[in-house]
Structures are given as structure tokens and as C-alpha cells.
Design a protein around this ligand. Structure first.
Ligand code: GLU
Length: 502
């Protein structure tokens, strides 16, 4: 097939926010389309109105926008294959279901849910599994087991579903770009419902028809749909169509080894699973996404792209354009991939290194809110000294505040321990040493204090005095940046606080 006419689709159901797996499916579709100069379509599969969750659609659009992987066509973008909402395509599905009925590929089934439940229990009782399939359908209440007249009457008086009639005894050969050749024995397939009793098409029917009518060339979707592939291929055949190419993506697994990531386990996974925040409609609880937590969309997308695909080699940092150029479905892994939030943070940090201006802007704003003004040079110096400690822009403040504000309180545990006369004496002596220095540089300071008695304790006292907590960068560098006066002022402040306490 010529790849010029590549058309792929992302076909989410509006049942809530997208999780990592969903947005990765969108990304791979996007990368594949762009790589081949094709078209990326967004179709909303809203046939199951019972599972509909408000705001899902706008969420999906916004999430794709944030990731910078916007569709070329479809919901929100228009195109010549509209409507792109399945709920608006009912007539089309009816036309094709009639074709299937006429050709004998589908049949009416009148069994109620209770009938089926009863059968299921009977079978279970005999140690068998019930399945509406070629072996059992001739014993059930459907158009295959009644006369034309009976059917006519039934159709007027009873509710029904339409099922696909699977012919047994075939070894169906299929191909998946990621998984290779697959053979399924049709004996093991059941007659899936195509049209529900409310007249609505099921996912299988709508999805197949739409992929064909929208001229989709490659179906790239999650592994959970692999078991449906045989039904879809048989549906294409029954309708006289050539199936598209299929590629089923590996699952994304939690790195605690406890199964796959899904919308249902937001809380058990101690890391975000949504690209952007989601407000639960009923409770109004807001679950933050990667965007709100400070991840850059480029970093998020880069991380996601490598979650199941790898162009080969050691390199891990790729721009979106590079991902497009390198992308190929063949290099997607077959087995599930583990998601590790630490890796996501690592990616963010890599991208953070290119965001110095943004860090500068953030820090300038922050010090303004504290009514502090300082020189540009000073700000840059602080950023360069602290930025290797952060993964997100907003973290810069907690790692640099002590360059702008003198501590107003001290880490209680340590402070309580050192509250005695001896500490005051130590600090006073150290202060004299600092005071008498000519060049107040970190090199000189290090030299001066290198041989001093109780060096470790003094260093900790210094840190408490200038930072307030036992954290921060090299203490001598902090001294140098703060300057002699400010450093001594902070030491005096600590001395006074200790005096007050004892
Ligand atoms: N509507 C399905 C979903 O939300 C799409 C499956 C497919 O891509 O065929 O997962």
C-alpha cells in the first residue's frame, strides 16, 4: 500500500479523561501520520450513552492541544467524512446492518437478559461455559431457529438485538504490524451483538464501518482490542471490504508490577496518570495532570513516545520533529512496558536545562511577591547554582529562597539541640574569623575552615544560620554569594535567637 494516503484515527470514547495509555495511542497515531505525510483523525466513539461522562470531549481536545499533537481532521477540526461523532451516524450503521442481515451474516436474537442468565447458570452447573456461538445458537431464540412468519410476528412484538453470525471451522489468518501473524480458530468466537436492543450500534459495528468509510489505512490502538481484531476482520469481509492494517500497542504497566494503568487506579498509583487535570463531575474533586504538576509538554511527549517504542541506540531526548522522523510501528515493543514516574521526572529535568529564561521569570516574580528587589546578575548566579537540584520550574524557590531572605525560624530539632552557651562561643569565634577575612570567597573560606576544630558542627551551625534548615548548596558558596556583611548578620541573628532561648 502506498503510504502517501495514510489515514489514522484516534477514537476515544467519552467516558472520562485520557490516561497515559490513551494519550500514548493518540501520540503514536499522530507520529505515524506525520511521518508519512498522512492525516490524523479524531473520532469520538460515543455509542455507549450509559458510560458517557460530561466534559470528556473538551478534555480530550485540550489534552491533545497541550501535547501539541492536534488532529488534522475530525471532532473540533472538521473534514469531509463527518459526522465524526458516532452518536450522529446511526442511519449509516442501520444501512450496513441491513446489508449484513440480507446477506445472512447477521441475525435477530430475541433472548432476554434473563433467558441468557438462566442458560449461563445451567451451563455453569454442568461445568461448561455458555457462549452465544455457532454451537449453541440453534438452541436459542433467534431468527435462525424460527420461520419467516414467526420472525415477522416477533419483530413487531418483542425487543431484539442483532448478532453477527460467525461461521465455525475456519483458521482465520491475520496480521498485526507489531505482533506479526495471528491465527484464530473461528470455533472459539462468539456471535457478538452488533445492534443493541435500543437500536444503537455497538462499538464493533460502528468502529468497523467508520474506519472503512473514513478511509482509515492503519488502526493503531491499545492491546485490549486485540481480541476484537478477528471479529473486525470478519466484519470487513462480510461487508465486502478489505481490512486496514492493524497495530496493537503494548499495555502500560505500573512499575510496582501490579497490572496495567487505567482510569480506575488513579489513587493506588502514586503518580499522575492524566495529561492535564480532570475534575470529577460528581464530586468536583480535581485530579492534577502532568501539565498542572509542572511537566513540560515536550518532556511529557518525549517520555510517552519512549514508553513502548525506541528508535534504537542510547539516545533518549528527541524533539517532536525528531520523533516524527524516526517513528516506525515495527519498532514498537510487543510486551507491556513499565511506567516509572522517576523517568518522567528525569525527562522533565533534561528539558528544564533549556528553560533558564522561564526559571528566571518565575524567580523574578517570586521575589517580587516577597517585595525583594535584586540585581539581574545576582538572580542568574543563584539560578546557575541551584538549578541542578530541581526537576520543575516551581521548585526553584524552595531551593534558593535563602539567597533572598534571611531565615525567620530554624529547624526545630537541630535548633533545640544546639541551644547552649558553647554554641554561642563557637559562633562568635567563627564570626571573628569571617570578619577578619580580606577576600570573602568560597575558596578562601574553605581554606580557612579546613583545619578548624569541630569543623562538621560549625558547618552545620553556619547552615542553620544562613538557610534555617540543614539543606542547600555548598555553605561556602552561599557565604560568598550572600557576602560578608549579610553572612555575619545571619550568624548574629542565630546567636541572638539562641540567647533568647537559654
Ligand atoms: N473507542 C475505543 C476506545 O475508547 C477505541 C478502540 C479503537 O481504537 O478501535 O478505546
Amino acid at each position: 500500500m502506498s503510504l502517501h494516503s495514510v489515514r489514522v484515527r484516534f477514537a476515544p470514547s467519552p467516558t472520562g479523561p485520557l490516561h497515559l495509555g490513551g494519550i500514548r495511542t493518540a501520540l503514536y497515531n499522530y507520529l505515524f501520520a506525520k511521518k508519512h505525510g498522512g492525516t490524523f483523525v479524531l473520532r469520538i466513539e460515543d455509542t455507549d450513552r450509559k458510560r458517557f461522562v460530561e466534559n470528556s470531549e473538551s478534555y480530550i481536545l485540550e489534552a491533545l492541544k497541550w501535547c501539541q499533537i492536534e488532529p488534522d481532521e475530525g471532532v473540533g477540526y472538521g473534514g469531509s467524512y463527518s459526522p465524526y461523532f458516532q452518536s450522529k451516524r446511526g442511519d449509516i450503521y442501520h444501512m450496513y446492518i441491513n446489508k449484513l442481515l440480507k446477506r445472512g451474516y447477521a441475525y435477530y436474537a430475541f433472548d432476554t437478559n434473563q433467558d441468557i442468565d438462566k442458560k449461563r447458570k445451567e451451563y455453569n452447573h454442568r461445568g461448561l461455559t455458555f457462549s452465544y456461538n455457532s454451537r449453541i445458537r440453534m438452541k436459542l431464540n433467534n431468527s435462525l431457529t424460527m420461520t419467516k412468519e414467526q420472525l415477522h410476528d416477533k419483530l413487531r412484538s418483542c425487543s431484539y438485538v442483532i448478532r453477527f453470525k460467525i461461521e465455525p471451522g475456519e483458521k482465520l489468518k491475520m496480521h498485526d504490524i507489531i505482533r506479526g501473524n495471528i491465527i484464530v480458530n473461528t470455533d472459539h468466537l462468539d456471535d457478538k451483538i452488533l445492534l443493541k436492543s435500543d437500536g444503537g450500534a455497538t462499538y464493533h459495528l460502528a468502529n468497523t464501518i467508520d474506519d472503512y468509510l473514513m478511509k482509515i489505512t492503519h488502526v493503531i490502538r491499545g492491546e485490549e482490542w486485540l481480541p476484537s481484531m478477528s471479529l473486525h476482520v470478519l466484519l470487513y469481509r462480510a461487508l465486502g471490504w478489505t481490512p486496514p492494517n492493524f497495530a496493537h500497542l503494548p499495555l502500560i504497566l505500573k512499575n510496582n508490577g501490579k497490572g496495567k494503568i487505567s482510569k480506575r487506579n488513579t489513587n493506588s498509583l502514586n503518580s499522575p496518570i492524566y495529561p492535564i487535570q480532570w475534575e470529577i463531575p460528581k464530586t468536583k474533586i480535581i485530579l492534577p495532570g502532568y501539565r498542572e504538576l509542572g511537566y513540560f509538554p515536550e518532556a511529557f511527549v518525549n517520555m510517552l513516545a519512549l514508553l513502548g517504542w525506541n528508535p534504537g541506540g542510547e539516545r533518549e531526548i528527541f524533539s517532536l520533529q525528531e520523533l516524527i522522523n524516526l517513528f516506525s510501528l515495527e519498532k514498537i515493543t510487543k510486551s507491556g512496558v513499565y511506567f516509572d514516574i522517576k523517568k518522567a521526572n528525569w525527562f522533565n529535568k533534561k528539558y528544564l536545562n533549556e528553560k533558564k529564561k522561564e526559571i528566571f521569570a518565575f524567580l523574578s516574580k517570586k521575589i517580587k511577591t516577597h517585595s525583594i528587589s535584586c540585581k539581574t546578575d545576582y538572580l542568574w548566579k543563584v539560578i546557575h547554582l541551584t538549578m541542578n537540584r530541581i526537576h520543575f520550574i516551581h521548585e526553584i524557590w524552595e531551593h534558593s529562597f535563602y539567597f533572598f531572605i534571611s531565615p525567620s525560624s530554624y529547624e526545630a530539632n537541630f535548633f533545640n539541640k544546639i541551644c547552649h552557651e558553647n554554641t554561642i562561643l563557637q559562633l562568635k569565634n567563627a564570626k571573628i574569623l569571617l570578619y577578619n577575612m580580606n577576600q570573602f570567597t568560597s575558596v578562601n573560606l574553605r581554606f580557612l575552615f579546613q583545619t578548624i576544630k569541630n569543623k562538621h558542627q560549625i558547618m552545620q551551625l553556619f547552615r542553620l544560620a544562613v538557610v534555617g534548615i540543614l539543606k542547600g548548596i555548598d555553605i561556602f558558596i552561599i557565604f560568598e554569594i550572600l557576602g560578608k556583611e549579610e553572612s555575619i548578620r545571619r550568624i548574629e541573628k542565630l546567636i541572638n535567637q539562641i540567647k533568647e532561648k537559654i
